[in-house]
Write a protein that binds this ligand. Structure first.
Ligand SMILES: Nc1nc2c([nH]c(=O)n2[C@H]2C[C@H](O)[C@@H](COP(=O)(O)OP(=O)(O)OP(=O)(O)O)O2)c(=O)[nH]1
Length: 274
């Protein structure tokens, strides 16, 4: 049990720090091989190096799922024929139940099975415990951050994106409508208010998508889904340069803000779900 919402725990699971630093204490050294970015996305690979029974072992895994319900990785190369690691998350009131499952096949027949029982399982349990401790620490500290809501408005299979006008480093880049949650306001109310202010339309919040994303300014970005109350309403750029309806296959073409880049695969899933 972790004292944070599932989307926050899911963000901590995706953080390269929990894959790297969490395991270093056990002599397992890992680094993200494909991208140095802080949150892992599907397709990213992590290389782990360690010694088991004095033998050097290198193992590479690839992330195949990274959303608010689960992080899953599979073996790319290493000393095992098969390895799959699944971390499943379930909401438990204000807390999150994290269930870690590791499935593997042992090489070397009966000898391998013996080594598995005497060493392998103990090692995997210790690795999982170290990782969960790192995830807990990160998630519980992020859960105390102020929240910025982003809104994934879906209409006719497309997502509304808007292009920022300011500040200078972000000008011209794309983001989702939204902003800081005001004191005393709940998140769906902030979504409705921000969309009214930024787009001059009424939206109806419908749920959530993706994991949270920690921002460099000390806040936490959380994405809600929404639909237009009046399907014929046309959102307009009140504060931004431009608004645009974007199809799933075009999401990658936009120059998103850094935080939004790691959400693009979840936004694509949202548009192609039905
Ligand atoms: N709204 C929004 N903000 C994002 C996204 N991605 C991202 O990194 N951010 C950052 C940019 C800002 O540092 C912060 C949100 O601030 P903001 O300027 O949109 O909203 P605000 O209501 O707090 O500010 P303002 O309108 O008073 O200027 O979150 C996103 O997709 N949508």
């Amino acid at each position: 049990m972790i004292e944070a919402p599932p989307a926050t725990v899911a963000a901590a699971l995706r953080h390269t720090r929990t894959a790297e630093v969490g395991l270093a204490a056990l002599g397992v050294h890992g680094h993200a091989a494909t991208r140095p970015a802080a949150l892992l996305v599907p397709g990213d690979e992590i290389v782990f190096s360690t010694r088991i029974a004095c033998l050097p072992v290198d193992l590479t895994t690839r992330i195949v799922r990274a959303d608010a319900d689960a992080l899953t990785s599979v073996l790319v190369s290493g000393p095992l024929p098969e390895l799959r690691h699944e971390s499943l998350l379930a909401e438990a009131g204000p807390r999150t139940l994290l269930i870690d499952s590791v499935y593997w096949t042992t090489p070397f027949g009966p000898l391998g099975r013996l080594a598995d029982i005497t060493l392998g399982r103990r090692f995997v349990r210790a690795v999982l415990a170290a990782r969960i401790a790192a995830v807990r620490e990160l998630a519980e500290s992020w859960a105390r951050r102020p929240v910025v809501v982003g809104t994934a408005i879906v209409h006719k299979g497309q997502l509304l994106a808007q292009r920022r006008r300011y500040p200078a480093p972000d000008a011209g880049r794309w983001e989702l409508p939204g902003g800081r949650v005001e004191p005393g306001e709940d998140e769906p109310a902030a979504v409705v208010r921000e969309c009214r202010e930024e787009l001059d339309v009424e939206v109806r919040p419908t749920g959530r998508v993706g994991t949270d994303v920690p921002l460099n300014n000390g806040m936490l970005l959380r994405i809600h889904t929404a639909e237009l109350v009046d399907p014929s309403a046309a959102p307009r750029a009140v504060e931004h340069h431009e608004v645009r309806w974007v199809a799933a296959e075009d999401l990658n073409d936009l120059d998103w803000l850094d935080a939004d880049h790691v959400l693009v695969h979840s936004l694509r899933d949202l548009l192609t779900r039905d």
